[in-house]
Design a protein around this ligand. Structure first.
Ligand code: HBI
Ligand code: FE
Length: 293
């Protein structure tokens, strides 16, 4: 998401915490149909690709095949399971607003849905990216605790001028994370699981690197906001995420990061556990837009 997409003041009609009413009854049939099209396409693809906690969350919340879910309805079950609720926002919120919501177990979800002609790619998170992509994982107690701890950490990182390092942690876990399972690598990142093309690319394509997750390494690694990732990081399980937030002393880590150089996005470090040594053929061929990386 580009920085200029994030407004500085709440948009007209939004409350100071950026939230708006979902106004579920105002969605048109055409908007519900976009959800149904995306939902049917992803749920046909994801068994055997998405991690178990994601598939379990999809079932637990009974996200509708019949259209955009009413947040008030899914919040009853979500609150019971992990104390989280989904709140509607008109678009990207400033980091400090975003982190404050996460720290209070409120997930800000875009109220709008993409147009039928932008099914495959959109710059800003819409209700399908946020509610289909992110919310099922919030039914898992370990992941739910991680996301709340991330919000706390985000507020601290903001104060210490290290937000960009923490944003990379979010990007390579919450948005584009992969997990090991007995049957092989599985997707838990919302940015992948809500995208048909990247749900295939992230697991099957020989182009990207797939590397073992390490907190400091990820915090030194830039990411793509405009195309498939050139590197994906693999965790052994969700407990790893919670452990790094609860067991890391971030002050010395940020002090080291202040003097550490970024690791070029397609590079593999000698210390990296390598699941896939990628060819980078996709990025070199110009990726989504055909322009060489
Ligand atoms: N705001 N509504 C919304 N949704 C996001 O995913 C989001 C945001 N603001 C900031 C942000 N994400 C990222 O910059 C943080 O992950 C760092
Ligand atoms: Fe997201």
């Amino acid at each position: 998401m580009s920085a200029d997409a994030i407004l500085k003041e709440p948009p007209p009609g939004a409350r100071p915490d950026w939230t708006i009413d979902q106004a579920w009854e105002r969605y048109s049939d055409a908007e519900h149909q976009v959800w149904i099209t995306l939902y049917e396409r992803q749920t046909a693809l994801l068994p055997g690709r998405a991690a178990d906690p994601f598939l379990k969350g999809l079932d637990a919340l009974d996200l509708h095949r019949t259209g955009i879910p009413d947040f008030a309805r899914i919040n009853e079950e979500l609150m019971r399971l992990t104390g989280w609720t989904v709140v509607a926002v008109p678009g990207l919120a400033p980091d400090e607003v975003f982190f404050d919501h996460l720290a209070n177990r409120r997930f800000p979800a875009g109220q709008f849905i993409r147009k039928p002609d932008e099914l495959d790619y959109l710059q800003e998170p819409d209700v399908f990216h946020d509610v289909f992509g992110h919310v099922p994982m919030l039914t898992d107690p370990t992941f739910a605790d991680y996301m709340a701890a991330y919000g706390e950490g985000g507020r601290r990182a903001l104060g210490m001028g290290h937000l960009h390092n923490l944003a990379r942690l979010y990007w390579y876990t919450v948005e584009f994370g992969l997990m090991q399972s007995a049957e092989g690598l599985r997707i838990y990142g919302a940015g992948i699981v809500s995208s048909h093309a990247e749900s295939l690319f992230a697991l099957d394509d020989p182009s990207p690197n797939r590397l073992g997750f390490d907190l400091e390494r990820v915090m030194r690694t830039p990411y793509r906001i405009d195309d498939f990732q050139q590197a994906y990081f693999v965790i052994p399980g969700l407990q790893t995420l919670l452990d790094v937030t609860t067991q890391t002393d971030f002050a010395p880590l940020y002090a080291r990061l202040a003097h550490a150089k970024d690791i070029p996005i397609a590079e593999i470090e000698p210390s990296d556990p390598v699941f896939t040594l990628g060819t980078q053929a996709y990025a070199r061929a110009g990726g989504r837009t055909g322009k060489a990386a």
